[in-house]
Write a protein that binds this ligand. Sequence first.
Ligand code: FAD
Length: 382
Amino acid sequence: MSQPHRERTATIIVIGAGQAGLSAGYHLSRNGYLDARTNPDAERTYVVFDANPAPGGAWQHRWESLHMATVNGIFDLPGLAKPAIDPAEPSRTAIPRYFADYEQRMGLAIERPVRVSRVSYADTDPEGDLLVETDAGTWRTRAIINATGTWDNPHQPHYPGQDTFAGRQLHTRDYVSLEEFAGKRVGIVGGGISALQQLEEISRVAEVYWYTRREPEFRGEFRSEIEGRETIAKVTADAEAGNAPRSVVSYTGLGWAPYAIAARDRGVLNRRPMFTAIRPHGVREADGSFTELDVILWATGFRAALDHLQPLHLTNERGGIAVRGTQAAADPRIHLIGFGPSQSTVGANRAGRDAVRTLTRRFDHATDHAPDRTPVPAGRAG
Ligand SMILES: Cc1cc2nc3c(=O)[nH]c(=O)nc-3n(C[C@H](O)[C@H](O)[C@H](O)COP(=O)(O)OP(=O)(O)OC[C@H]3O[C@@H](n4cnc5c(N)ncnc54)[C@H](O)[C@@H]3O)c2cc1C
């Protein structure tokens, strides 16, 4: 019979090793936190659990045609600039290579593949420990920094008759390359950047039909720093209010990037309102007519992958989690990074740093104010 896993401890557990988790790991290491696996008795320790089998976070799963030239721009990880990368290289190989080098050079305490299935309170003490259950055993910790991204939680809306569709349905997450759509009639659902990129690509080899709930808003190419700051302020206000997260494009609109211009010039930016029902061989359009389709591509985005935090009851009735900076408003032991306003490579970097700073201050304060347990010399008592 196999031995049950021993319960181990770390002062802080980081969940996820994408851009956000690596930033947290870097700042923990720089602030003197030691690898909990090899220094179990040290005063401050950490470990990062990552469900992926290899470095790279979600980048290792992006579709092949998402090249370094077509991504929006990937910020360097803290402390190590990206090497020169051929713009034609797929981001799914270039970024994981950079992350792997980073992890090794920084000597980060990352354990993979380890999936966290459940985080819960060890007891009812609001200052007490948390239990982190993983497929490699249970750990006890004083705080978690959650950096699980969105890739593991694709958003899939439901429409009447969806299960009866005889053609192929797939989500952006499962898109490989345009060749598989050659000669087909493809309905593409979604108004975000991925939808637009995949619409442009697929339209080179297939007949495409583009469906969005709202009329897509295109804005000029120029994005001033002020507009960027205003957008972050709006996303931050929503996150602090505990509103359900929205896509970045719902705040910024779509830009006239080269792929958008190419799609417009090829005459395929013909948005249709959402269909009302799905039938075995196509969809019922909003105007009642019928369009035959072979494929429906759901380019409908992603949501934060937070199922493992459910036992903490952080989510409100609107489906959001209120935060103050990176900290869950309801519990200072829980930090969410790569979440809300930090859902970008630059945001993830800063959030990793901020979460470590906030938690370290909290631990320092607790140490400073801990009751003095030094034995009182005889004769001075009372
Ligand atoms: C198609 C696409 C393109 C994008 N392009 C850009 C861009 O060009 N520039 C930009 O700034 N941003 C871009 N973004 C946003 C991007 O996702 C973030 O900027 C950033 O890369 C996300 O990093 P992350 O660390 O939050 O998450 P991820 O990279 O998703 O990493 C999360 C990690 O957590 C792990 N994990 C998840 N659940 C668990 C669990 N329960 N237990 C253990 N581990 C777990 C996962 O395995 C993964 O390794 C893009 C997003 C998408 C979807």
